[in-house]
Design a protein around this ligand. Sequence first.
Ligand code: C2E
Ligand code: MG
Ligand code: MG
Ligand code: MG
Length: 288
Amino acid sequence: WAKAEGRGRWAVYDPERSAADIARSALAAGLPAALDRGEFVVHYQPIVSLLDGSMIAVEALVRWAHPELGLVGPDRFIGLAEETGLIVRLGEWVLRQACRDARAWHREFPGAKLVVSVNLAARQADDPAIVDTVASALSRTGLPAELLQLELTESAVMGTAGEPLRSLYRLADLGVRLAIDDFGTGYSNLVYLRRLPIHCLKLAGPFVEGIRGAGDDPPPDHRDERIVDALVRLAHALELSVTAEAVETGEQAERLRALRCDTGQGRWFGPPAPADQITARLRGETTE
Ligand code: C2E
Ligand code: MG
Ligand code: MG
Ligand code: MG
């Protein structure tokens, strides 16, 4: 028998369990206390207009400032938080923090109309209480609804019942923007896409990876380029805007602009960074 960290829960000792599994459950066991101790931080990554280079939004990306492991990325704990259900509380905390920061930016730089884009896990989106959670985050922080975007994956949109979530209509009625994250990598149900109140498609990294300039090495992958071209046309035909994720080079940004993508996000435009770095960037952009 082995006692799981902290909680007084007991797990059966299994010699087949790998060290990685054990590390994983230790990390999971530490999540609730970490939230109570305030060890999570939200970083923000610029989402930039491909037309004029201005920052029009930022995506909120959570990190865990772990006392021993340092800054731990969400890929290592969001899945665990979803499994344990903690994602509901953690997600609400991220939403509040993001709305507070966005409200402060809006106060200092009202002309920037900077949108904050917050990821919603399937489990959060599937809970009808999400509408009240979002409404109260907006009213408590005073952030105008149109400055909040919520990102859902294709599978989250479809919900556990296999039908598009009713909550999406109620969220859209609040006035927030809805985006489909990692579009094209999940279960893209185009039938529902035409009826849902979606505002933006975020094209997943793998498609953007193949987009390069003609002289680049490796050369562009024309199939990726045709997929992006087709998805942008589809999005625009449905009056949705398109954000390309994982833009890593200037050539990619240029090519994506030629393909009529509206906005880009990725290392080329700036990595995820603490809120004060976004403030500094807004200061630079608005005094130019
Ligand atoms: P995502 O929503 O698709 O976020 C984009 C990811 O791409 C981020 O990873 C970002 O750091 C990364 N990225 C930024 N620039 C580049 C680039 O130039 N190239 C490439 N290849 N990637 C780039 P990150 O921060 O590790 O987050 C991973 C995922 O964790 C996110 O993917 C999102 O699904 C999830 N996540 C992050 N924060 C939250 C949250 O607060 N709630 C929920 N439910 N999920 C979150
Ligand atoms: Mg996202
Ligand atoms: Mg994404
Ligand atoms: Mg993702």
